[in-house]
Design a protein around this ligand. Structure first.
Ligand code: NAG
Ligand code: NAG
Length: 122
């Protein structure tokens, strides 16, 4: 395994642990932050970390996430969850995170930024 995949595994493990601690409020069917992060961060990790091309796996994950987030509640969860991504690892570049939907041609109706108020996402 390269260093970068080891880092990615570490991040995913952190995510799974965090989610075990914090995921209680959502029901089994609802979109959970843990699932989002597992599905999204791993395929997007090399781009988040070092840039380059966004992989089709990463774009697919963003597209799936966007189409799965149908209700306001889901979108609020997704928004808050995306905001937490840069906090997972110092190696994750938040401006690259914000650029992923655009690079994939997926329109997410808010800016992925720490200053976005997720309770206003509709
Ligand atoms: C984050 O990525 C942007 C765009 O690729 C780059 O300009 C910036 O220098 C990067 N920041 C860090 C801390 O690596
Ligand atoms: C976010 O928006 C909600 C609803 O308008 C508001 O009550 C809340 O104070 C806002 N939070 C921040 C951090 O601006």
């Amino acid at each position: 395994m390269s260093n970068s995949s080891i880092d990615a595994v570490k991040v995913v493990c952190t995510v799974v642990l965090m989610c075990m601690l914090f995921s209680a409020p959502y029901t089994a069917e609802a979109i959970t932050c843990g699932k989002i992060l597992q599905d999204l961060v791993l395929p997007c990790y090399s781009y988040l970390r070092q840039g380059g091309a966004v992989t089709s796996g990463c774009c697919g994950a963003v597209r799936d996430l966007n189409s799965a987030a149908q209700t306001t509640t889901d979108r609020t969860v997704v928004c808050g969850c995306l905001q937490s991504v840069p906090r997972l690892s110092r190696e994750i570049n938040s401006s690259r995170l914000a650029s992923i939907p655009g690079k994939c041609g997926v329109s997410i109706p808010y800016k992925i930024s720490p200053s976005t108020n997720c309770s206003k996402v509709v």
